[in-house]
Design a protein around this ligand. Structure first.
Ligand code: SF4
Length: 449
């Protein structure tokens, strides 16, 4: 992708009023409670050809003040041990449905354990859960499988790495913020660069070469200087992937953020400077941008996937292979098939109660109309290919792209002229500037309401 030059202030202002794109498509606010029943799941799963598995383990020992995840802060391990039992039940429940289907499916090529802190679970409980996945869905031994676990760099040691390796994980993901003590103090997440270096080295010494980092910018007390220096240090560890995340201050929704003084959050201009530096520095350091916020080394499977058109975008970022169905296990996890999307219960008590009674914890969801399927596909194309081939679209959906999206194209034209998106006879294409705002521009193709 090209070098990043921040758009002029007026254009930036228009972009920042665009709704940010939500994962999954359609957005969660369109999900319906009660009307979406578990009995419907079998029908939706029947059409699936391939699976990815996402599993949410919501426990953390301590609260980071900037956190925006649905988590449970506790030091009582009993809650987590029980949770592992419920995860097992939930996996078995879906496993029964899948096993009862006529066609055979390959084992999942993507498994993602996210949190919270997945490694909050002790070894035996992590083993129980992963064995249940293997028992119900099988595991892939393909070299390009992506089995990733999020890990807290503060708690990693060789024993933990050896455990996750023995469970089949081949990628470790660390959330990294800023090494400045001032920032760490205010977000309540303290560790040194040396600790991260040691954790990364522990991972690699056990044969797991793929280490990815989330890097957050716009944090309270963060300055352009502290961010630049943290990012430069981080790249010395040669991560396979770096994902840039912007801090969103929203204490009404994320109550932990109420401990953060709004005055300590950097102003928009500084935040944009941080983003500009990060994008250009990552690219000049040899990282390949495969989307507006994801940067990978040349030997990362995402590079090949981009070239061969297999790249897919999911709620946990880009993945190197297309699975048409994601099954989410655990509190608030989201599942999607070609014809539906649903989410599990959001509260721990509701989640456990429902799994105990029914084996699943489906809380709300929605079926995808043909219109949703079309819009979901356009979102994928813009985020993964940065363009839509109109001929392919028309042959697949038997309708004219320009006619179908006349209103959306007119809105984009009115808002940005040709600066962000160009539409010609063959393609809808993001311009070099527009590529860095693919999330915002793709959101123009969401259904209204
Ligand atoms: S930021 Fe991560 S480690 Fe910190 S509280 Fe949230 S989920 Fe837990």
């Amino acid at each position: 992708m090209p070098a990043f030059t921040p758009p002029k202030a007026d254009l930036l202002a228009r972009l920042s009023t665009c709704p940010t794109l939500q994962v999954p498509y359609p957005p969660i606010e369109t999900f319906k409670e009660l009307e979406f029943q578990a009995e419907d799941l079998e029908k939706h799963l029947r059409a699936s050809q391939s699976f990815a598995i996402h599993l949410h383990i919501p426990f953390c020992k301590e609260l980071c003040n900037y956190c925006n995840c649905n988590i449970v802060v506790t030091r009582q391990y009993g809650l987590a041990a029980q949770y592992a039992d419920y995860l097992k039940q939930e996996i078995q429940w879906y496993g029964q449905i899948i096993k009862g289907m006529s066609q055979k499916r390959l084992p999942p090529k993507q498994i993602y354990f996210g949190g919270g802190t997945p490694t909050f679970l002790l070894a035996d409980d992590l083993r129980r859960v992963t064995y249940e996945i293997e028992n119900s869905f099988g595991v892939s031994h393909a070299v390009d499988r992506d089995y990733c676990i999020e890990t807290d760099p503060r708690t990693v040691d060789t024993e933990l790495v050896s455990l996750v390796k023995s469970l089949g994980f081949n990628r470790i993901h660390f959330g990294v913020e800023d090494f400045s003590t001032q920032v760490q103090q205010v977000i309540n997440r303290k560790y040194t660069f040396e600790k991260l270096k040691q954790s990364t080295s522990d991972v690699r010494s056990q044969g797991i070469q793929s280490v990815s980092f989330d890097v957050t910018f716009g944090l309270p007390q963060q300055s352009l200087g502290s961010f630049m220096s943290s990012l430069k240090q981080l790249l010395k560890l040669s991560p396979s992937r770096v994902v840039l995340r912007k801090y969103h201050h929203n204490p009404k929704i994320f109550t932990s953020q109420s401990l953060i003084d709004i005055e300590s959050v950097p102003e928009d201009k500084t935040v944009m400077e941080m983003r500009t530096f990060a994008i250009n520095h990552l690219q000049s350091s040899g990282y390949c941008a495969i989307g507006p916020d994801c940067f990978v080394s040349n030997d990362d499977p995402l590079c090949d996937a981009t070239k061969s058109g297999r790249l897919q975008w999911t709620q946990h970022g880009y993945v190197p292979d297309v699975a048409d169905t994601v099954i989410g296990f655990g509190l608030s996890a989201i599942s999607s098939t070609p014809s539906a999307v649903w989410q599990n219960q959001l509260g721990l008590r509701d989640y456990t109660r429902q799994v105990r009674s029914y084996g699943h914890s489906v809380y709300r969801g929605t079926e995808l109309s043909v219109d949703d399927q079309i819009r979901k596909e356009i979102t994928q194309r813009l985020l993964c290919n940065l363009e839509v081939n109109k001929e392919e679209f028309e042959s697949r959906w038997k309708t004219s792209f320009d006619h179908y999206f006349a209103k959306e194209l007119s809105n984009l034209e009115q808002e940005f002229g040709q600066q962000m998106v160009i539409s010609n006879q063959q393609k809808l294409r993001l311009t070099p500037s527009g590529q860095w705002f693919a999330n915002q521009l793709a959101s123009y193709f969401r259904r209204a309401g």
